[in-house]
Design a protein. Structure first.
Length: 189
């Protein structure tokens, strides 16, 4: 009877195209990429972190970073994330899983990514929200690029504003802030 309880909903979802709640109750927080953007045609190492709710009776078997196609389906495994103090992980056992991945994209587009978790006793992997690693074209005018100090300031402001006004509004506010700083620097010269 227990087996039918898992197979029947899965069969219904497959046959009728209903969304599947993979690993319901086993949450993955919003992953973060550091840096959040890379330059086209340049190799870059990006650190991906994802908070994962770990249940004592159902520890994760594997946590992977996947590239996602335009329809939102994972189509390429990029590697594993760890919570053991290695691979860029800051603290062992804090349920924030980390991995370092190399990228070298030829075109300035966004790379859509998702973190997936396999749990013992579940058929399907749990998926994080889809997030994007921006790939930008390097500006020919080096002076117009934000300085590291501007980027750190924007990152601190973004974290504060994200919790207060939401993720999309925070992104717009930070972009406007960087544009104002860039305009001010252009006017100084």
């Amino acid at each position: 009877m227990k087996t039918y309880g898992r197979i029947i909903p899965l069969a219904f979802c497959v046959l009728f195209g209903a969304p599947i709640q993979a690993g319901a109750g086993k949450a993955i927080g919003v992953p973060r990429a550091t840096p959040s953007a890379i330059f086209a045609a340049e190799s870059a190492v990006v650190t991906i972190t994802a908070p994962v709710a770990v249940e004592p009776n159902s520890p994760p078997l594997s946590i992977n970073l996947m590239r996602v196609n335009e329809r939102g389906k994972p189509n390429k495994a990029l590697g594993q994330l760890y919570d053991d103090g290695s691979h860029g992980d800051a603290s062992r056992g804090d349920n924030t899983f980390t991995g370092q991945f190399s990228f070298n994209e030829s075109n300035p587009v966004g790379i859509r990514l998702v973190v997936t978790v396999a749990h013992r006793g579940t058929l399907l992997r749990t998926h994080s929200p889809i997030f994007t690693l921006d790939v930008r074209r390097r500006s020919a005018n080096v002076e117009r690029q934000p300085t590291m100090q501007d980027q750190r300031h924007a990152a601190r402001n973004y974290e504060t504003q994200r919790s207060e006004i939401g993720i999309n509004a925070a992104r717009r506010a930070i972009a406007a802030c960087l544009d104002r700083r860039r305009t001010a620097k252009d006017n100084e010269t």
